[in-house]
Design a protein around this ligand. Structure first.
Ligand SMILES: Nc1nc2c(ncn2[C@@H]2O[C@H](COP(=O)(O)OP(=O)(O)O)[C@@H](O)[C@H]2O)c(=O)[nH]1
Ligand SMILES: [Mg+2]
Length: 462
């Protein structure tokens, strides 16, 4: 067996069964060509899985079998004993390597006979048929270590049938949903292959360790981003220089718009950074279904989805914090602030001065030049950090559970978003609220609280 230190896996199977999708998933490469058109992959192509420049393993995407039956007949005609099956494959390669008739078969054989392990992909959503047996036999004749993966494309469930058939030819048979498989599934797959082939045990073990370590690093970096983002947006202010201590509605409107814009840009920047950290720099996140994530930070819908309910706020003591920051208005106008108009009413609209004084601290300062500086912010509304937090955590989770075979833009499961605040225990909620209150009132965070915030976020992002 030809093997150097880098484990190689040839992904094989019938056309259109998700081979390229599995390559994209395992190589974490969104550029692998995936298509509904059978025959898209015409040449075997190597995709390395790299972390920090180090190649952990390589995936070889291959075309689907086209003439497996004919090829097997050719091989059988030359078989004199089980012992010379491998020899027959070599002869086939020699004879047909330049022949377009068996072009795809030769592309499949090349990496395998060069030492790659085999991942054979079938669609467990479609019935088993005898035409697959020729493919399985050919792969068996190569003698290379091989595993079968049952992908689930078609709508039905023929997994049991497939298992019975595949068990005849493969020592390991796994269900592996190419486009849904999350990180742990990928690790399981590598570990299974590790057990299959002893000579790869060390190198696959190293690859698994590097992947796990990298995962933790990505999570830590994302959490730090999220913590800094929360602190920033909770402390944000906008100000304008004035001649006297009077402010008109238009000026205040403008300031609030600017504050809103600043918060939105900071949020987008955080999302971009998280995508980069997690290897999804190019991923689109602005299609219809993603609306909830992309929805305006201050919209009523987000408010309902991510915010705490009135009673939860009362429980955590956030309401009293809000009263301290925002004055009595918060309590008297409370229902509209907590539940009614939603966050859309926070900024802009008619009567902006009035509402602004309620939701953001508004200050007028004399300055040394004799003029005045007028400031708005930070946003004092108790639900504000919860909305921001709910959105960013959900976003992080979707990114970190995603795999590179998916080509749709980022979607959000509205149901899961709905329960966001309930998913946090009372103690955690109180701990968050203490930090939020500190930020709202003092616009600073001490090192210990920052550490606490980070710990809380690590738990949420698990
Ligand atoms: N629903 C679903 N579709 C899949 C899955 N894997 C592949 N497909 C689709 O099946 C088609 C063929 O996939 P591809 O990876 O190009 O298959 P290949 O021809 O075997 O390389 C594409 O349209 C994929 O989007 C899967 O796990 N679930
Ligand atoms: Mg393909």
């Amino acid at each position: 067996m030809l093997m150097d230190d880098i484990p190689r896996f040839a992904i094989t199977g019938h056309p259109n069964k998700g081979k390229s999708s599995i390559v994209a998933t395992l190589a974490e490469d969104a550029k692998v060509g995936i298509s509904d058109l059978p025959g898209t992959t015409t040449q075997a192509r190597v995709y390395p899985m790299r972390i920090d420049g180090q190649i952990l393993y390589e995936l070889i995407d291959t075309p689907g079998f086209q003439r497996a039956r004919e090829m097997l007949e050719w091989l059988k005609a030359r078989e004199t004993s089980v012992v010379n099956r491998y020899q027959a494959i070599l002869e086939f390669q020699k004879q047909y390597s330049e022949d377009p008739h068996f072009h795809d078969e030769c592309q499949i054989l090349k990496p395998i006979m060069g030492g790659a392990g085999i991942l054979y992909v079938v669609d467990g959503g479609r019935p088993y048929g005898p035409e697959y047996e020729c493919e399985m036999q050919i792969l068996q004749w190569t003698g290379q270590p091989r595993m079968a993966l049952i992908n689930l494309i078609g709508g039905e469930d023929y997994v049991d049938d497939w298992r019975r058939a595949l068990d005849q030819y493969f020592s390991i048979v796994r269900v592996f949903d190419a486009q849904r498989a999350d990180f742990s599934k990928r690790i399981d797959l590598l570990r299974a292959f590790q057990s299959l082939e002893e000579s790869w045990s060390t190198s696959i073990g190293v690859a698994v360790d590097v992947l796990l370590e990298n995962r933790v690093q990505r999570q830590n970096r994302s959490v730090r981003e999220i913590a800094n983002f929360l602190v920033d947006v909770m402390c944000m202010q906008e100000s304008v220089a004035l001649k006297d201590d009077k402010v008109d509605v238009a000026t205040e409107q403008k300031l609030l718009q600017r504050l809103q814009g600043k918060i939105r840009r900071r949020e987008q920047q955080t999302y971009n950074t998280i995508q980069q950290i997690c290897g999804y720099a190019e991923l689109e996140r602005h299609i219809e279904q993603v609306e909830i994530l992309n929805e305006d930070l201050f919209s009523a819908r987000s408010f309902k989805l991510f915010g705490l309910s009135n009673s939860q706020l009362a429980l955590t003591g956030a309401a009293s914090g809000a009263a301290a920051g925002g004055g009595l208005d918060v309590l008297t106008g409370g229902t509209s602030l907590f539940m009614g108009a939603g966050l859309g009413a926070l900024f802009g609209g008619i009567g902006a001065v009035f509402s602004a004084r309620r939701i953001a601290e508004v200050q007028v300062f004399g300055n040394a030049m004799g003029g005045y500086e007028y400031r708005v912010g930070p946003v004092a509304k108790p639900n504000f950090p919860w909305v921001v937090l709910g959105r960013v955590v959900l976003f992080y989770k979707l990114i970190s559970e995603r795999n590179h075979a998916r080509r749709d833009a980022l979607l959000i499961d509205v149901g899961s978003a709905n329960n966001f605040s309930e998913s946090i225990g009372l103690q955690q909620r109180q701990a968050f609220n203490r930090i939020f209150k500190m930020l709202r009132e003092h616009r600073v965070i001490d090192a210990k609280s920052m550490e606490k915030l980070t710990q809380l976020l690590v738990v949420l992002c698990k």
